[in-house]
Design a protein around this ligand. Structure first.
Ligand code: SF4
Length: 101
């Protein structure tokens, strides 16, 4: 687990992190370095989902969180943003249709 997780407000999930006691540097590899070892630690972590959601909702840009790299988290953020936009557009279209009926 990394320092930012330690500062999380009243979550509690970090107490169950698989990475407790593991070298934090493992989760913040140099650019281009392997993330495999960190992801192996995350693989068996029971709070992986909580960790990932924490990172996504706090815009964590660096490191491995919830078993995902920065690039992988960016992809999820983009997918979610697209899904939100699509849902809003569908809602707007449906409302407009209702108003003209
Ligand atoms: S998912 Fe990985 S980084 Fe997150 S708490 Fe678990 S072991 Fe740590």
């Amino acid at each position: 687990m990394n320092d930012t997780i330690d500062n999380a407000d009243a979550t509690g999930w970090q107490d169950f992190a698989n990475c407790l006691g593991v070298d934090p540097d493992l989760f913040f590899p140099e650019r281009g370095a392997s993330t495999r070892e960190a992801k192996e630690v995350c693989k068996g972590c029971v709070v992986r989902e909580d960790c990932l959601e924490y990172a996504l909702s706090n815009g964590e840009k660096f490191g491995i969180w919830g078993g995902l790299s920065e690039r992988e988290r960016r992809r999820i953020r983009r997918q979610r943003a697209l899904a939100r936009r699509t849902a809003l557009e569908a809602e707007a279209t449906s409302s407009a249709g209702g108003a003209s009926a």
